[in-house]
Design a protein around this ligand. Structure first.
Ligand code: ZN
Length: 145
């Protein structure tokens, strides 16, 4: 009877190197997919009891804020539940205040008179040589506006 080779311990790397990180913003459809619920009311608690209002900003499906309460999504307590997302459907698009500075910097890089990205002439020539049809906007550029 043939014998099997002795099992060897799997090679587990002791460390991994992160080569890059990518940050982005969720699309509205992604936000809705990730959310546990849509918040449809600004109310926090019922008027006569301390219970939270369903689909309110403190809905227990997004996690709990009391030590002994149980999260309605994962069944864990405040200590173990990381929290869950809810979303609010807005009537009109709005700027996220956290991105406002970056959005302003990006918009300042576009000349509204010439309708093109503001670049130093040397950068413009380099992009033209590369045949670039699109130019990535750098919100943190040192170029004068
Ligand atoms: Zn939870």
């Amino acid at each position: 009877m043939p014998t099997l080779p002795a099992p060897t311990a799997p090679q587990i790397p002791t460390h991994k190197r992160i080569s890059s990180l990518k940050f982005g913003v969720f699309a509205p459809s992604d936000i809705q997919k990730l959310a546990e619920l849509q918040c449809t009311t600004h109310l926090l608690h019922e008027t006569t009891t301390p219970t939270t209002v369903p689909n309110g900003l403190l809905d227990a499906r997004m996690g709990v804020s009391e030590k002994m309460a149980i999260c309605e999504t994962c069944g864990m307590t405040l200590q173990d539940c990381a929290g869950h997302f809810g979303y609010i459907q807005l009537a009109l698009p709005v700027f996220h205040v956290g991105y406002l500075t970056t959005v302003i910097k990006i918009l300042q890089q576009v000349c509204t008179t010439e309708r093109r990205v503001r670049l130093h002439e040397s950068d413009r020539e380099e992009k033209a040589r590369e045949g670039s049809k699109t130019i990535a906007l750098n919100a943190f550029t040192d170029h004068p506006i």
